[in-house]
Structures are given as C-alpha cells and as structure tokens.
Design a protein around this ligand. Structure first.
Ligand code: PEP
Length: 260
C-alpha cells in the first residue's frame, strides 16, 4: 500500500432533516473508534442548510465537513449559490466539485467545474473532484478518454503545489445509486490510468501523492475488495452513508487498508 492516507466521504445529497442530520453525525462519531480516525480521514457532506448544525455536532472530533458544491464566483449577485468563503465560515474544510448529479443532472461542464475548483482552492478549501463516465460512454469504449478529459480540463491551470489539497473521486455514473458497482479490477484500472495521466500533467511525485477514491454503490459488503486495490485510496459513499452503522463499517474497511 502506498503511503497515502485513506479517505472516506459521506455524501448525504438532498436527504435528512436538521434533527436527522445531527443524529446521523452523532451516531457516526459515537460508533467510530478513535484508532480508526487515526488511520483514516472522514468527511461528511450534509445538505447546505445543515452544515452549521453538523459542524457543531462534529467540532470535537477529527471528522471534517464539506459542501456538496461551491460557486465559481467569490461573492455578489448569484442567487442560490454558495461561495467558498461561506462554506469555510460554516465550518467546512472541503467541497465536492463535479458530482455526476451536477455534471449530468445540471449540465455543468469541465470548464465551469475547473472554475469552481480553482475558486475553492484559492479560498483555502480542499476539493474532492468527481469524474466518471456514463453507461453509454462505457459501452462505446470511451470511458478512459472521457475521464482523462475530465481530469485534464478540471485541473487546468492548477499548479502542482496545490495538488495536496485535491483528491479525485472516480465515480462511474452507471454505478451511482444503482446498486451496480464497478468490479474491483476495473476500478483499479481506471484509478491507475488517472494516476498515470496526473503524472503526465504534473510529475511522478505529485501524482503518487494524490488520493483517488472510488464511488458508486459502495456498501459494507463490497468495500473491502474495492479498497484493497493499490490505487484506490478510499471511497465517496452516497446511499450507504445515511446509515451510521454501515458507513462506519465502510470506514473501518478503508482504515484497515492503511495497516496492511
Ligand atoms: C455518490 O453520491 O457519490 C455515490 C457514490 O452514491 P451511491 O453510493 O449511492 O452510489
């Protein structure tokens, strides 16, 4: 296993009431052994309105909080958007950029995602940048090219010195929320390709340090085999992160990889 520290994110999407969000965060904290948190980074991505409540619930634990999205603008007349500075003010250390439900559901392009990523980094946030091919792209043999372009264009203009604040989530769109998971070897092959592309775009040392996590119907029953792959550094978990017990099991599986 390379020296990268495992990372697990819980993307709650547009789920939970305020009370449910606080309870869920509390249950994750209670169930996670301190030794696990010493071996693995954990970030929760609650809905925007609950960020402050969840930040309060997690403030005495090493669990981080992140936004599910961020504006490409720093402030001003952008109704409904949330700036990087606002996320930081609400207690966030991280933000997702490019989740497929925004890329494909809301038509966000690589160019806009690049602007969001750079805005977040320059404001001081870390970024988990999501990439992944659709089913039709996979079936027509375009997966690697599509993902390579998402990585190249999404990171355009980002200097190597900022890469330590960026992780990449490889999330095949056909595996998100569908119950279908990429075979562990297929996930490894794509992660390996992403790392090779990062090496071309930057250098070997920088590429080796970037954490690349897998997302797409990860559950307690399949987490271990996926996380065992040498270029898989953890996971971005959607549906299964809404159940504290299952989410904690997934985190334990990631943490155990840093010990192996
Ligand atoms: C996600 O939302 O990033 C995700 C991977 O969802 P799920 O785990 O439900 O497939």
């Amino acid at each position: 296993m390379p020296s990268r520290r495992p990372l697990v994110g819980g993307n709650w999407k547009m789920n939970t009431s305020r009370a449910e969000a606080q309870d869920l965060a509390g249950a994750v904290i209670t169930q996670l052994e301190p030794s696990i948190l010493q071996a693995c980074d954990v970030t929760l991505f609650p809905p925007f309105p609950w960020l402050t409540a969840v930040a309060e619930a997690t403030c005495s634990s090493p669990i981080g909080i992140g936004g599910q999205d961020v504006s490409d603008q720093s402030q001003g007349a952008f109704t409904g958007q949330t700036s990087a500075a606002m996320l930081i003010d609400a207690g966030c250390s991280t933000t997702l950029v490019g989740h497929s439900e925004r890329r494909h559901g809301l038509g966000e392009s690589n160019a806009i995602l690049n602007a969001k990523l750079r805005q977040a980094i320059s404001a001081g946030l870390e970024v988990m940048y999501c990439v992944g091919e659709t089913l039709s792209e996979r079936e027509s043999g375009q997966s690697e090219d599509v993902v390579a372009m998402q990585v190249k264009e999404g990171l355009d203009g980002v200097p190597a010195g900022d890469l330590d604040r960026i992780s990449i989530a490889y999330e095949p769109v056909w595996a998100i929320g569908t119950g279908r998971t990429a075979a562990a070897e297929d996930a490894q092959a794509m992660h390996c390709r992403i790392r090779a592309d990062l090496e071309n775009q930057y250098d070997a040392r920088s590429a080796k340090g970037v954490r690349i996590v897998y997302g797409g119907s990860v559950k307690p029953s399949n987490a271990e085999s996926i996380f065992a792959q040498p270029d898989v550094d953890g996971g971005l978990i959607g549906g299964a992160s809404l159940d504290a017990e299952g989410f904690v099991e997934i985190i334990r599986a990631a943490a155990s990889m840093s010990a192996s």
